[in-house]
Design a protein around this ligand. Structure first.
Ligand SMILES: Nc1ncnc2c1ncn2[C@@H]1O[C@H](COP(=O)(O)OP(=O)(O)OP(=O)(O)O)[C@@H](O)[C@H]1O
Ligand SMILES: [Mg+2]
Length: 451
């Protein structure tokens, strides 16, 4: 049912329209003034408003503005007498769907109302589609407290242009976060340009970033825009910024400060307005101390820092992500496979050195390999087999595994994890584990955990 308001200070007019549309089965509300209409207007619940232009008190035009401001999807039609075509045009400019010149037939108004309602349906559908796509594209999976913090930071930084530094180990979602910030920013419909400073050979990276003019170096046959220029109006994502050679760090700093650059071999200064997001898996503070990263650049890019948690720290997100990737790859590969709960337990116990990316790869591989509707241990890579012994310890199956073996399995896993947490520092690990360094070394050899 359509909810519509009919606004006119002349009763006869109101009545005839109201009777007509009520008989068509619509929910019609009569209002004798703009003020009354605003009172009875219920945001987007109101599909359509037909209002007279000239009324005592609030005019039809003012009512239109109020309504469009509150609910852009509500369609408004303005009825006006001859001689006020100009005002009708103004009404259209303010967002009225159409206007009607008096006198008009009921047929005429009905056609226009139908068109307005069609248009409203279309707009609603479009908006719904857009929102769904946006949600899908930008949807980051995981509700763990650590990720909630990340989401809050994303919301906070998206509207402005301050440089952002994203920190996190491999596969934690650095690039995804950068895109999410861009998509939520006012620059969303401008380019998002990513460049991985670690992946481009040192002799090419400068030209790639700053662009070049013809003849700038041997082989520069024409001129080319650099990535910085391509990101004009949008966002520039400098991935693995810790890998940027020192002499380019100087140039980058200048670019950030002056917001302008010259192409290689060029003399013209080019203004570029781009938002900088950088990411690194390195500890930049340490890099600064070791003179591998310029301190001034470091302070410049880390105005806002977003640290990403490792997958291990994300608790139940592991399950949620695994399910998400399972659905994704099942759909892509037209399969219908499920995880048994043992596999999920295994996932929760594993240490995920490659974080979300590793989880995604393992799930994809398992879906590819799965021959039945359930994923089996054999569909997982060997590194997960070794911990299956430890997680099975509580199940009946483990009765077949000897006590010593099970304890050793756990011990191996604990040591492996501690070594990883301490970045392989044996002294630290031994202290945490309460072992002498020599016995730790013995166990590392025994469990084949060296190197
Ligand atoms: N929270 C998340 N929800 C859904 N997918 C995620 C999430 N985090 C990461 N991913 C997915 O995991 C993969 C790795 O993410 P991404 O490339 O952003 O990580 P990264 O930190 O840039 O990794 P690297 O250091 O290896 O470059 C991508 O396929 C990404 O879509
Ligand atoms: Mg990356």
């Amino acid at each position: 049912m359509i909810r519509m308001l009919i606004v006119d200070d002349k009763e006869s007019m109101r009545r005839s329209l109201s009777r007509f549309f009520s008989e068509k089965g619509h929910d019609v509300i009569e209002c004798s003034s703009g003020e009354e209409a605003l009172e009875r207007f219920q945001g987007s619940e109101t599909d359509l408003v037909i209002t007279d232009f000239q009324m005592g008190g609030m005019s039809g035009l003012d009512l239109l503005k109020e309504i469009k401001g509150k609910s852009p999807l509500t369609q408004v039609m303005v009825v006006t007498a001859f001689g006020t075509v100009e005002s009708a045009v103004e009404a259209m400019r303010q967002g009225a769907f159409d206007y009607l010149l008096k006198p008009f037939s009921l047929d005429e108004i009905e056609t226009k109302v139908e068109k307005a309602l069609d248009q409203r349906r279309l707009l609603t559908e479009n908006r719904y589609l857009r929102e769904t796509i946006q949600k899908r594209m930008g949807r980051m999976i995981g509700q763990s407290p650590k990720m909630q913090q990340v989401y809050r930071l994303i919301e906070k930084v998206s509207p402005n242009t301050a440089p952002v530094l994203i920190l996190g180990a491999t596969g934690t979602g650095k690039e995804l976060v950068a895109k999410e910030i861009h998509n939520k920013s006012p620059r969303a419909d401008r380019p998002f340009i990513a460049i991985n400073c670690g992946a481009i050979p040192e002799n090419l990276i400068e030209a790639e970033l700053f662009g070049y003019e013809k003849g700038a170096f041997t082989g520069a046959g024409g001129s080319k825009k650099g990535r910085f220029e391509m990101a004009d109006g949008g966002t520039l994502f400098l991935d693995e910024i810790g890998e940027l050679p020192l002499h380019l760090q100087v140039k980058l700093l200048r670019f950030i400060q002056e917001r302008e650059l010259e192409r290689l071999g060029g003399t013209k200064t080019i203004k570029v307005d781009s938002r900088l997001i950088a990411a690194t898996h390195r500890n930049l503070k340490e890099e600064v101390q070791a003179d591998r990263f310029r301190e001034d650049l470091y302070y410049r890019i880390r105005v806002i820092e977003i640290p990403l948690p490792s997958l291990r720290e994300r608790g139940d997100d592991i399950r949620e992500l695994a399910t998400h990737f399972l659905e994704k790859y099942s759909q892509e590969l037209h399969k219908n496979v499920q995880f048994p709960s043992e596999i999920i337990d295994l996932f929760s116990a594993y240490h995920w050195p490659g974080n979300v990316r590793e989880l995604e790869n393992i799930v994809e591989r398992a879906v590819v390999l799965a021959e039945e509707e359930t994923i089996h241990l054999e569909d997982l890579p060997p590194e997960l087999h070794s911990i299956s012994a430890t997680t099975e310890s509580s199940s009946t199956q483990s009765a077949t595994t000897g006590m010593t073996e099970r304890i050793e399995g756990m011990e191996r896993e604990i040591i492996r994890k501690t070594m990883e947490d301490t970045d392989g520092n044996q002294t630290k690990a031994a202290k945490i584990l309460g072992l002498h360094r020599s016995s730790l070394q013995y166990k590392l050899r025994k469990y084949d955990l060296l190197g």
